[in-house]
Design a protein around this ligand. Sequence first.
Ligand SMILES: NC(=O)c1ccc[n+]([C@@H]2O[C@H](COP(=O)([O-])OP(=O)(O)OC[C@H]3O[C@@H](n4cnc5c(N)ncnc54)[C@H](O)[C@@H]3O)[C@@H](O)[C@H]2O)c1
Length: 387
Amino acid sequence: MSASKTKPIRWGMVGGGRGSQIGYIHRSAALRDSTFELVAGAFDIDPERGRAFGVELGLDEARSYRQYAAMFAAEAERPDGIEAVSVATPNNTHFAICKAALEHGLHVICEKPLCFTVSEAQELKALSQARHKIVGVTYGYAGHQMIEQARAMVKNGDLGEIRIVNLQFAHGFHSAPVEDQNPSTRWRVDPTTAGPSYVLGDVGTHPLYISEVILPHLTIKRLMCARQSFVKSRAPLEDNAVTLMEYDNGAIATVWSSAVNAGSMHGQKVRIVGEKASIEWWDERPNQLSYEVQGEPARILERGMGYLYPEARIDDRIGGGHPEGLFEAWANLYRRFGFAISKEHGLAPDGIEGLAFPGIDAGLEGVRWVENCVRSADAGGVWVDYL
Ligand SMILES: NC(=O)c1ccc[n+]([C@@H]2O[C@H](COP(=O)([O-])OP(=O)(O)OC[C@H]3O[C@@H](n4cnc5c(N)ncnc54)[C@H](O)[C@@H]3O)[C@@H](O)[C@H]2O)c1
């Protein structure tokens, strides 16, 4: 892994305040390789709590803001103002915050789902293109090196023609109505704050994005989805959904998105079946990829080893056998966001040419997929053309 030759990007955060689920990993990932430098923030829906938290993180008091709008306005006036912002707030705020950030000339790294509707996502895309700004979306698991290995294996024909794609992100943490006690879960099951879906957007979009990385040549032609609210109070939002998809080459996929897979931890798995062989990746063993050639004993490929494709070695931080984890995967993504931003600034750092990162199109595709799944499910679980 080569180091960035550029200066750290001046960076702010919206959301991700004290006690939030995802704020800490954003900071840890962004700061890991000195790609970004945290200089400002509006961290919390509670202005005073947010301000105090920023000061505790070491920010200049004047740059720990009560509200994001004030932050964008004040930072735009400073010669050393922020150049990029990460958005780690509940889903219903993403569109307005991303739009305001882009309008203030900022690069944006936003949580998934990017927004509620395809037309909102298209508006953000048009704005980012007009302003020459990067929008990154934190599909963090895609930063694991074995996803690059899987992508290279498919590209190099190790599996043959792809036939079947089996995706799941099915955890069991919300098998009971935990939202009664937990604010981080409560907004997720309320359509005004979560959007048109719960688990489809919250978890299903993660393996969906991984499948897009591994199988860039496949295009979804049509899909059918059924969604359920096993905890009844969550209706109309689903806590379980099953999606069947057909690709334009005739391959077929299933996606199981669930928060009620009792007894399961994350349960995120990606299995790609080709005519010659299959590969399978599980996010609870992210340093390994199972490679199963028909008629031969199954092999476990390990991160950091010389037999992997070069693309799977670029992000190595330590030799094989030492487990790398989600924090490293996120840091890999943040490095890619940083490189993309530096390129936009006319700098050409070396190191990760050719590696994919989830940008505005990935955000848009996630929203599009949820919209199509909901359209199918709400029509009674029927095939719908993928719009
Ligand atoms: N990429 C992933 O793997 C992953 C994992 C978990 C959550 N997420 C996403 O991250 C986002 C946040 O989820 P979470 O679980 O951390 O939520 P959370 O409820 O735990 O935390 C949300 C944080 O945002 C703050 N906030 C809310 N409105 C704000 C506003 N207007 N201005 C400033 N701060 C505000 C809250 O005070 C809190 O600190 C969601 O979109 C979620 O889907 C992504």
